[in-house]
Write a protein that binds this ligand. Sequence first.
Ligand SMILES: NC(=O)c1ccc[n+]([C@@H]2O[C@H](COP(=O)([O-])OP(=O)(O)OC[C@H]3O[C@@H](n4cnc5c(N)ncnc54)[C@H](O)[C@@H]3O)[C@@H](O)[C@H]2O)c1
Length: 255
Amino acid sequence: MVNVSMENKVVIVTGAAKGIGRAIALKMAEAGCRGLAINALRIDEQTETLAQEAQALGANVLLMAGDMSKEEDVKKLIDTTTQKWNGLDVMINNAGIAKANDLFNTSTDDWDQVVTVNMRSTFLGMKFAAAYMKDHGGGSIINMGSIAGITGGSTSPDYGASKAGVLALTKYGAKFLAQYGIRVNALAPGTINTQMIKRNFEHLKPEELKARLAAIPMGRMGDPEEVANVALFFASDLSSFITGDSLMITGGRHT
Ligand SMILES: NC(=O)c1ccc[n+]([C@@H]2O[C@H](COP(=O)([O-])OP(=O)(O)OC[C@H]3O[C@@H](n4cnc5c(N)ncnc54)[C@H](O)[C@@H]3O)[C@@H](O)[C@H]2O)c1
C-alpha cells in the first residue's frame, strides 16, 4: 500500500474558508501534516467549524484572518506560521476571485480587483514563502491556476488573464527557486462545484448551463476533493521531480 504522508510537514492554505481551499485544508489534515495554517478573509463560524474538523482529523491548526493581496497580511501569516512550528514546507496559494461580467461589462475596477487578488496574492505568497523555505531545507509551492488560464475562459476577460499570469508565475518560480530546493507547481481545475462556479452560472439560461456541462467529456462538475487530491500529490514527496508544471483537473475538457 502506498501511503501519502504529510507527517513532518507544515502547510499553509490561503483562501480556505470554503470550496476548494477548504477541501485542500482537510486533505492536508487527513494526510497528517505537522502544522496547518488556514487563512481566510475573516474568521467566522464557517472557519471555526473548518478548524474544528481539521483538529478532529488530528491536525494542529492556526486559523488566521488576512487579505492575501496585501503584503503585510501575507508576511504576518508566514511569520506567525513559521514561528509557531519552526518550519514551512508547503505553501498553497489558493485565494482567488471571479466575476461573471463579459468584456463590455467589465469595468476597470473589476479588472484591477480580479488581477490583483488572483495574481498579486500568488506573487506575494510565493515570494515570502520561498524567502523562508530557501534557508530552511526547501519546500513545495502550489499555485491555483485554472483551465481558463490556458483557454482564455468563456465568461469574463479578467479571470483567464489573471490565471494565465498565475501559470507564468509558476513557471518562473520553478526555474528561479529550483536552486534552493523549492518546487513550484500549479493546479488548473475546470468546472468545480463551489460557490464561485454557482455565482458564475446563476446568470445562465437553462440551455446554456446544459451546454456548459455537456462540454465536459465526463459530463459533470468536479468535486473540490478531486482538486485536493492533486494538491496532496504536488505537496508530497511523490512529486519530488516535478516543478514548473500544471495539471488540468477538468473531467477531460481541454477547451
Ligand atoms: N470552482 C472552480 O470551478 C474553479 C476552477 C478553477 C480554478 N478555481 C480557483 O480555485 C480557487 C478557489 O476557488 P473556489 O472555487 O473554491 O471559490 P470560493 O469562492 O468558494 O473560494 C475562494 C476563497 O478565496 C477567498 N479569498 C478571496 N479573496 C481573498 C483574499 N484577498 N485573501 C484571502 N482569501 C481570499 C474567499 O473568501 C473564498 O474563501 C480560486 O483561486 C479559483 O479561482 C476554481
